[in-house]
Structures are given as structure tokens and as C-alpha cells.
Design a protein around this ligand. Structure first.
Ligand code: CP
Length: 306
């Protein structure tokens, strides 16, 4: 029995296998229509979500399985004081696999340590969001055809943006990858990500507050929302929330084969006028998430489809 809490829980070969299964699902969806018959996925979401929860649920339905769902901690027994550990033990009695989102860093790990079925981290506080990274990787593969020799600009809230932390972990494994970390001073990438991943792996990176300067050299621009829910005060959020707004004028400096990704939801950081640009890949990225979650569910349930 195996859980996925961090993207580093998956080897590079396993990432490749997941991508290949996802691509096969896209090409041959009927082959997979009964793969999870009589299996149940529990989605436990203690924080709001549109894409992650609904794509997990759509994924399980498209695999022929069923879903039981908790969409709000306030309506569960967590509101009476039940611990994450006990919740995980109980839900293991009702479901074959759990996808959990929680505002506290480490909550998914606690769930995995106490569950008797696989647990997938669907986002734990400002820590990580491995299945978003799976969506990001499939998008990069489908849009650019490779992971190596890419310059990846990460822009916005690099401090609290858990998707950024997971993406750095995954992309650091590929040769020739460079990062440009674009953020206001207050929202710089945490030292633990710099030290434990970038420095330890010898990955080149630069830090800047400018979105314009690095634009022409980027292969991928990964925009992020300033994470209002993680701020300690509203004043700081209001001051920083519009630090970067990608517009068609700013995008004019980018290469024609560059791709713009965003985990979504977007607030103000990408103008809607950018949506019409073929380089805007963020809606395709959200669609890719479902296929990678299908592939991950199959892997963790040990189901092979031929
Ligand atoms: N990208 C992402 O996690 O979106 P949701 O918060 O809507 O799940």
C-alpha cells in the first residue's frame, strides 16, 4: 500500500509511466471505462477547490468507479474535534483510495500514516500539491515535447505557492533545466526549497522582481495567484496581490514557442485578453489534470489496463 504525499515520492521512471498511461487514456478512453469497477475514491477537502476535487471525481467516474465526497470540513466530524488521523482510519473503512486537501502542512502525511488505503495529497497548506505537478508535467510534455533544456520562469507568490514547490521538485530532475524566480521580496521562494532542492541538486536559478527582463529567454512562464488565504494580514495581501499582471503587451516580448501555465484559479494576474493567445496553455493544463489523476489512481490501486 503506497501513498503520494510529495512529488518526490514518485521516481522519474514512474512519472514517465504516468504520462504514458495518461496519453493512452486520452487516445483510448474506452479501454479504461471499467478499470476501477466496484472501487471507491473518497475526496476529503478541508479547503476549497474546483479543479482538483472535481477532476479527481471525474477521473474515478471515467474509470468506472464511484466517489464519496466531503467537500467542506465544517460539515464533517472534524468540526466536532475529530483528528486527521482518526478521520483517515475511518474513511479507510469506506473507500479504496483517498484524495485529501487540508490547510495544514503535513496533514496528508498524517493521514497516510494512519490510513489503511492509499492517500493522495491534494494540497497541504503552503507545502506541496503533487497532482497539480502531474498536470503541469503532462502539459509541458504535450506542449513542448520535452522536460530537458528548459528555462522555467516561476512568477508571483513563490513563498506560499505550493504548486511551485512541487514543480521545482519534479523539474529539477531533468538535465539542462534552469529556473527564473520572479517575485516581490516578501514572496520569495522559501529557503528550504532553495537549499534542499535547487542548491543540493546544483540547479541554476536567478531571482528577480522583474517579469519583463527575463521574458524573452523563457520556455515556460508559470504564473501564480497571490495566496490570500495564507497571509497573516489583509493589508499585506492588498499591497502585493497585483504585483504581476500578464497582459498581451507583456507577452509580446516572449518567444512564439513559449507557453504560459497557471495552476488556476486566476484572480488578476493574467489578463483575460491573454486567453486568446495560443501560448496560453492554462485551460489545457486543467484538462490534463484529470488524465494524470486517472493514471495515478490506477497506479496506486495496482490496476494495469492492457
Ligand atoms: N489548481 C488547483 O489546485 O485548483 P483548485 O484549488 O480549484 O483545486
Amino acid at each position: 500500500m503506497r501513498s503520494v504525499i510529495d512529488i518526490l515520492d514518485l521516481s522519474t521512471d514512474e512519472l514517465e509511466d504516468l504520462i504514458n498511461v495518461a496519453l493512452d487514456i486520452i487516445d483510448h478512453p474506452d479501454k479504461y471505462a471499467d478499470a476501477c469497477r466496484r472501487k471507491k475514491l473518497a475526496t476529503l477537502f478541508f479547503e476549497p477547490s474546483t479543479r482538483t476535487r472535481m477532476s479527481f471525481e471525474a477521473a474515478m467516474y471515467e474509470l468506472g468507479g464511484n466517489v464519496i465526497s466531503m467537500t467542506d470540513g465544517a460539515t464533517s466530524s472534524a468540526s466536532k474535534g475529530e483528528s486527521v488521523a482518526d478521520t483517515a482510519k475511518i474513511v479507510s473503512c469506506y473507500a479504496d483510495i483517498i484524495a485529501m486537501r487540508h490547510p495544514k502542512e503535513g496533514a496528508a502525511l498524517v493521514a497516510a500514516q494512519n490510513a489503511s488505503v492509499p492517500v493522495i495529497n491534494a494540497g497541504d497548506g503552503g507545502h506541496c500539491h503533487p497532482t497539480q505537478t502531474l498536470a503541469d508535467l503532462l502539459t509541458i510534455r504535450r506542449e513542448l515535447g520535452r522536460f530537458s533544456d528548459l528555462t522555467v520562469g516561476l512568477c508571483g507568490d513563490l513563498k506560499f505557492g505550493r504548486t511551485v514547490h512541487s514543480l521545482i521538485g519534479a523539474m529539477s530532475r531533468y538535465p539542462g533545466v534552469k529556473f527564473v524566480l520572479i517575485s516581490p521580496d516578501e514572496l520569495r521562494l522559501p529557503d528550504y526549497v532553495k537549499n534542499d532542492i535547487l542548491d543540493r541538486c546544483g540547479i541554476p536559478y536567478t531571482e528577480t522582481a522583474s517579469l519583463d527582463d527575463p521574458m524573452p529567454e523563457l520556455d515556460v512562464l508559470y504564473m501564480t495567484r497571490v495566496q490570500r488565504e495564507r497571509f497573516f494580514n489583509e493589508e499585506d495581501y492588498v499591497r502585493l496581490k497585483d504585483s504581476y499582471v500578464l497582459t498581451p503587451e507583456k507577452l509580446a516580448r516572449a518567444r512564439q514557442d513559449m507557453r504560459v501555465l497557471h495552476p488556476l484559479p486566476r484572480v488578476n494576474e493574467i489578463s483575460v485578453a491573454v486567453d486568446r493567445d495560443p501560448r496560453a496553455a492554462y485551460f489545457r493544463q486543467a484538462a490534463n489534470g484529470k488524465y494524470m489523476r486517472m493514471a495515478l489512481i490506477l497506479m496506486l490501486l495496482g490496476i494495469e489496463v492492457r
